[in-house]
Ligand binder design. Structure first.
Ligand code: INI
Length: 155
C-alpha cells in the first residue's frame, strides 16, 4: 500500500494571514467576508486571522511576502478582483499577481492560496463573490486543506 496523505478542514489553532485588495471593493469585501466566515466555521479563532487591505492586486504578492516573513502564520491568502478594461493593463496586473504569489509559494514553506478573480466583466465578478459561489470561500477551503495536508512534511 502506498502512503497517501490528504488534508482535512480542521482549522482550530491555525493562524491565517490575508491580503485583500481595495480595487473593486464592492467585490473584494464579499470575498473577504466569505473567506473569514468560512475560516471561522472551520474553527479558526477570529483573533487568529489578520487581514490587510492593499490598493490593488498588484500589491498582493509583496504584502503576503512581508506577512509570511514574520513567521506568524500557518498559511496566507490573496484576495482580489481584476476586471478587464480597454488596455493591456489587466494582463500586467493579473500576471504580476499570479506569478508573484506562485513565487511566494515556491520560496517559502508557508502554504499560500490564490483567491483573485480575473474577470472580463463586473457581472462575472459579482457571480463569483456571492453567498453560494464565492472565491473567498473556495480560498479558505483550499488553504485549510493545504495547511493540514502539508503538515506531515514540515520540519
Ligand atoms: N487592481 C485590481 O486589483 N483590479 C483591477 O481591476 C485593476 N485595474 O483594472 O486597473 C487594478 N489596478 C491597480 C493595480 O493593481 C495597482 O494597485 C496599481 O497599478 C498601483 O501599483
Amino acid at each position: 500500500m502506498p502512503n497517501v496523505y490528504q488534508g482535512n478542514l480542521n482549522g482550530s489553532g491555525l493562524k491565517i494571514g490575508i491580503a485583500v485588495s481595495r480595487f473593486n471593493t464592492v467585490i473584494t469585501e464579499n470575498l473577504l467576508k466569505g473567506a473569514v466566515d468560512r475560516l471561522v466555521s472551520f474553527g479558526v479563532a477570529d483573533l487568529d486571522i489578520d487581514a490587510v487591505w492593499v490598493p490593488g492586486a498588484f500589491e498582493l504578492p509583496q504584502t503576503l511576502h512581508i506577512m509570511e516573513k514574520t513567521g506568524n502564520y500557518d498559511g496566507v491568502m490573496a484576495l482580489g478582483c481584476v476586471i478587464r478594461g480597454d488596455t493591456p493593463h489587466f494582463d500586467y496586473v493579473c500576471g504580476a499577481a499570479g506569478s508573484g504569489i506562485t513565487r511566494l509559494g515556491l520560496s517559502s514553506e508557508t502554504p499560500v492560496v490564490f483567491g483573485v478573480l480575473t474577470c472580463d466583466t463586473f457581472e462575472q465578478a459579482q457571480a463569483r463573490a456571492g453567498v453560494k459561489s464565492n472565491k473567498g470561500i473556495e480560498a479558505a477551503d483550499s488553504l485549510i486543506e493545504l495547511i493540514n495536508a502539508l503538515k506531515t512534511f514540515s520540519q
